[in-house]
Design a protein around this ligand. Structure first.
Ligand SMILES: *[C@@H]1O[C@H](CO)[C@@H](O)[C@H](O)[C@H]1NC(C)=O
Ligand SMILES: *[C@@H]1O[C@H](CO)[C@@H](O)[C@H](O)[C@H]1NC(C)=O
Length: 584
């Protein structure tokens, strides 16, 4: 449904007519009959003029204040106004108070200031997303609805959709796809989907689950998802769920060091190291801080923030290689496993991301984290950033055996880094970080563009010796694509801060490739081989991050409004869930 000037006129005329008492309208009708035909015609023409004039004013106003244009295919039920989205200017129906017209839209569009969260009120005011929806955004909404329909039909209430076998996959049994999608749905303004997802969370999401879950994954996806939608919608129900979950996760921190165990049973509340290793992953224990801190600030109970701040403090005190950390850490000793790999890919990546983002979240007050971040980026430039021999593409490699051997291998996961670097320069860190970000982004783009499918593999190797003319190559075991978001995420950050529409165009190319090779009848699927356009080997899995991150970042990237999600007000967690920035 598109909000047009005409709708407002109908609305205004209707509502003022409805306010007339019946008696009055009867006498008006009598008066009308007493008029001559000529008199009536004059009144008709005069009325038509007024309506035309009003229409002109209203449409003109629409253009100036960029009132939301819902794409045609978004169904908004006429009578079904959600309590939590009530103030959304998209709610054009009879239940709107008559004084809400386009003239007030600029007032309504003022985003809520969520920084000073009043913990005493039950419900926050909802945050309003009200930018003009572009054609490309409409295409992303269509993609989301397609994925959601498949999930709803075959996997509702389960963690992930298996779109080809028309089944589901349960990892933790927490309805991950629903919880991860809530804020994406909200930002896209999909009311029916929001209502059904909210109802499921309210009625069916509970944490009495006798199963081991991973602290990090549950924190970024479920705790982060619940807190984000609490802040956006203002609905206290989500915060209550988050508090229950946070309490069940706390026993992870009862280790001899302050470093948490990686796994916990939410029902028995027993925590332990993973079955396959005595150690926790470094990125995992350092990528829970935004969420636990926000839980403390939102609930008014400092206990969550305390335990995670302790972890950051502890890791800060450990010895590093020019700010770079090994990927394993022991919860009992609190020490790194010293011979483990150094990487900005799997198990290392978001340690660096959360150094910066915690500093941002706390109003740039935790300066030791910024200093660690600065040192780490220098360490990256010194040890990990290298160029390919043929064309000089800059990439980030890995150090093996505690820093002795360089491996010219980059996980797709590492493509989050340009976005984080760009965020850093936005909040005042040196501009040469932006230069680094631009170069890395170009390399990440090449990992897509050089494949016949225009989709990047999970891992790419780079040619630094000059043995042939190829800059990069992909091993068969690494040729899969899991619908990951990191590159799109970085495109969005870079577009936010540079306004360079090339980044939108790159995102559009990749979105087209997702449409072509991963869209199937019942959703989207990860694929086994990006190197063969004739047979991509669908893997029958749609992970929740596709809904939470990939489609959200695409939707944000294609908006012409760079303040649609304001990075001066929100810091975005590792699963694309926005959380408010505080002053301290
Ligand atoms: C923080 O760590 C210190 C020592 O590492 C410990 O004594 C203290 O109890 C910890 N605080 C919390 C809240 O875990
Ligand atoms: C936009 O980005 C592309 C890719 O990095 C670059 O080639 C181009 O010069 C940039 N345009 C502007 C105006 O900076």
């Amino acid at each position: 449904m598109v909000l047009r000037g005409g709708d407002h006129i109908t609305l205004n005329v209707d509502s003022s007519y409805n306010q007339d008492p019946t008696k009055k309208s009867k006498s008006l009708r009598r008066l009308w009959r007493q008029l001559s035909r000529c008199q009536r015609s004059t009144i008709y023409i005069f009325g038509a003029f007024i309506i035309c004039g009003l229409f002109y004013v209203v449409t003109d106003n629409d253009a100036k204040t960029s009132v939301v244009n819902q794409p045609e295919d978004v169904e908004i039920p006429k009578k079904d106004v959600l309590v939590n989205m009530r103030n959304d200017p998209r709610d054009v129906d009879n239940e709107l108070p008559p004084n809400i017209g386009p003239q007030e839209n600029h007032v309504l569009e003022e985003p809520e200031d969520t920084r000073n969260v009043d913990i005493n009120v039950n419900n926050l005011s909802p945050h309003i997303f009200s930018s003009k929806v572009t054609k490309r955004q409409e295409a992303v909404i269509d993609a989301f609805k397609h994925a959601w329909k498949g999930y709803k039909t075959y996997a509702w209430g389960h963690d992930h959709l298996k779109p080809i076998s028309e089944g589901y996959h349960d990892w933790f049994g927490l309805g991950l796809s629903i919880v991860d999608s809530l804020d994406t749905i909200y930002i896209m303004g999909l009311k029916n989907e929001f209502q059904e997802a909210r109802d499921w969370v309210d009625k069916h999401l509970h944490f009495d689950i006798n199963r081991d879950v991973n602290l990090f994954e549950v924190t970024i996806r479920v705790l982060g998802g619940l807190l984000s939608i609490y802040h956006l919608s203002g609905d206290r129900m989500f915060l209550n769920k988050a508090i229950d979950l946070g309490d069940r996760l706390l026993p992870c921190f009862e280790s001899e060091s302050s470093v948490p165990f990686s796994d916990i049973n939410l029902f028995t509340r027993k925590a332990h190291a993973p079955k396959w290793s005595p150690d926790s992953s470094t990125s995992e224990v350092t990528t829970i801080q935004l969420e636990f801190r926000d839980l403390s600030r939102a609930s008014g109970n400092p206990k969550y923030e305390k335990v995670v701040a302790n972890v950051s403090r502890h890791v800060h005190g450990l010895e590093k290689t020019d700010g770079l950390v090994p990927i394993f850490i022991n919860a009992n000793t609190g020490q790194f496993r010293s011979y483990s790999t150094i990487t900005l890919g799997a198990r290392g990546d978001s340690y660096y991301e959360y150094l910066l983002k915690q500093w941002v979240q706390t109003g740039k007050t935790m300066d030791y984290l910024r200093d660690d971040y600065m040192e780490a980026i220098s360490g990256v430039e010194k040890h990990l950033a290298k160029r390919t021999a043929p064309n000089g593409f800059l990439f980030i490699g890995e150090l093996l055996v505690g820093g002795k051997d360089f491996k010219p291998k980059m996980d797709h996961l590492t493509c989050y880094l340009p976005g984080t670097l760009a965020l850093g320069t936005h909040v005042g860190l040196p501009n040469d970080h932006l230069k680094l970000a631009e170069e890395l982004l170009t390399t990440c783009y090449q990992t897509y563009a050089q494949q016949p499918t225009f989709l990047a593999p999970e891992i790419t190797y780079f040619n630094i010796q000059g043995e042939n003319s190829n800059d990069m190559y992909v091993k068969s075991n690494d040729a899969h694509n899991l619908l990951r978001p990191e590159f799109i995420e970085s495109l969005w950050y870079m577009y936010q801060f540079t306004g360079n529409s090339t980044y939108q165009d790159w995102g559009w190319q990749i979105f087209q490739a997702f449409e072509k090779y991963t869209r199937v009848a019942n959703g989207y699927t990860s694929i086994g081989n990006v190197k063969n356009a004739a047979n991509v080997r669908p893997k029958d899995m749609m992970e929740s991050f596709f809904l939470s991150e990939t489609l959200k970042y695409l939707y944000l990237l294609f908006s012409d409004d760079t303040k649609l999600l304001d990075l001066d007000k929100f810091v975005i967690n590792s699963e694309a869930h926005p959380l408010p920035i505080y002053q301290t």
